[in-house]
Design a protein around this ligand. Structure first.
Ligand code: PLP
Length: 445
């Protein structure tokens, strides 16, 4: 058994000063399970008890090359020499913007922010300005940050087909009820549902916000036909298509999920992988839309365009654009899926993979779900039992089955064999535990 004695002790101290002892609710894994990190390097993380993990969470996506990448860190140190922030601009903003436009054709004009939340918030505001309509459509099961207009979700866990649309509830307290009227959830991959909504509310809806590979919902993916229909419906009803690439951007392809699907967004947002962990985000899009920034729409922030993040982004994007890093990650992901699949098949555990090898969902049902409503029917008891066993073995995955696995350039052959050995052990322990409890392994919920 791994010891978390020091993490537990630190939790008790930290909890006296920080709610839940952490800086994000999602990092609290219980009083006995919350981990404090000593350091990360490459694809590995060490906690303060000196437990070593191969990490498939990667900070929820920012780490695309590896922790402490020497090429990016050297660039960031040079960025420090520039001086940080000035309430003025630096030349590097233009260079990074040009690189982004080259990699993502939809990104004709670019503005920098710090977090994904800020970028999506800006995209919605720009869309409201351009269309004159305040409402937005989102996918059931989608997540777009921690600002009130998107802090609503569709409650599917107690929902049954035939019940009508699932209830829409706030993500926790403090979300103003007035923001709910802006929020219009639809199930992914159902163009008819979207068209019906548009027919009813075309005067109220100005933006369609989507993550075509749902990075917060088991990497459930849009079908290519659905994305074509979405593009067409958005154009027909004067709605802007916002592709939220905060997780997929500079990860699933050089041009992000838009390149994979062959689609062009009106506006798109990036963050996470853009600077290999240094905080930076982007709202970008069509020139005539983006020109509303500064001509009606306010965008800014004290820390936007920070010289350290810009320098880190310039180097990270150069590597992603000019080397085989993303192809190498994809190839590792395919080998990983083949290995995990072999282990599960040998034991008759029904499963499927969703998303992209660099951002993949491991899903315990024969057919990958096509939307959040179908996710309910996977065997998440299996995943929920497996995840803590993987942690015990030194494989870090998210305890919540809705969060996909993330891969980075530093996942190498050494990681692969070790991951598979440990995964095999964790699966056997999981099966034994479920058998003891009388649950049928691999069955559906
Ligand atoms: N959009 C998507 C698709 C995300 O996955 C996230 C965060 O996970 C966000 C927006 C918000 O980004 P941040 O946590 O940097 O504010």
């Amino acid at each position: 058994m791994r010891s978390l004695a020091k993490s537990n002790q630190h939790f008790r101290r930290a909890n006296q000063k920080l709610p839940l002892g952490v800086s994000s609710n999602f990092r609290y894994w219980g009083d006995e399970g919350t981990i404090y990190v000593k350091r990360g390097k490459g694809a590995r993380v060490w906690d303060i008890d000196d437990n070593e993990y191969i990490d498939y969470r990667l900070a929820y996506g920012p780490i695309i090359l590896g922790y402490g990448d020497s090429r990016v860190d050297e660039a960031a140190r040079n960025g420090m020499e520039v001086g940080g922030v000035f309430a003025l601009s630096t030349e590097l903003e233009y260079d990074v913007a040009c690189r982004i436009s080259k990699m993502v054709p939809a990104a004709e004009l670019v503005r920098f922010s710090n977090s994904g939340t800020e970028a999506v918030m800006a995209a919605l505001r720009i869309a409201r300005s351009f269309t004159g309509k305040d409402g937005h459509v989102v996918m059931e099961g989608g997540y777009h940050g921690i600002f009130s207009e998107v802090m609503w979700y569709s409650e599917v866990e107690d929902w049954e087909p035939g019940d009508g649309a699932p209830d829409v509830l706030p993500y926790g307290e403090g979300v103003p009820a007035v923001t709910k009227r802006l929020f219009h959830p639809v199930p992914l991959n159902d163009a008819n549902a979207l068209e019906d909504l548009m027919k009813q509310k075309r005067d109220k809806i100005g933006a369609f916000l989507i993550e075509p590979i749902m990075g917060n919902c088991c990497a459930i993916s849009a079908r290519a036909q659905y994305m074509n229909d979405v593009r067409e419906i958005c154009d027909r009803y004067d709605v802007l298509l916002i592709v939220d690439e905060v997780k997929t951007g500079f990860r699933v392809a050089k041009g992000g999920v838009q390149e994979l699907f062959g689609i062009k967004a009106d506006l798109c947002t990036f963050a996470k992988a853009i600077a290999n962990g240094y905080p930076m985000s982007v709202v970008a899009g069509r020139e005539d839309i983006m020109r509303h920034v500064g001509d009606g729409v306010v965008h800014g922030g004290t820390f936007t365009g920070h010289s350290v993040s810009l320098a880190a982004a310039a180097k990270t994007l150069e590597i992603l654009d000019e080397t085989t890093a993303l192809a190498d990650i994809e190839s590792y992901g395919l080998k990983l899926q083949a290995g995990l699949g072999h282990i599960l098949n040998k034991r008759g555990v029904v499963h499927s993979f969703t998303g992209h090898p660099a951002l993949m969902g491991l899903f315990f049902a024969e057919q990958a779900p096509s939307n959040y409503r179908e996710w309910v029917h996977s065997n998440y008891e299996f995943y929920d039992t497996l995840a803590p066993e993987l942690h015990e073995q030194g494989i870090l995955v998210e305890p919540d089955s809705r969060e996909p696995w993330f891969l980075c350039e530093s996942h190498n052959v050494g990681c692969l064999g070790e991951t598979l050995d440990k995964f095999e052990r964790a699966v056997d322990i999981t099966l034994a535990k479920l058998e003891e409890k009388g649950s049928a392994a691999g069955s559906t919920k």
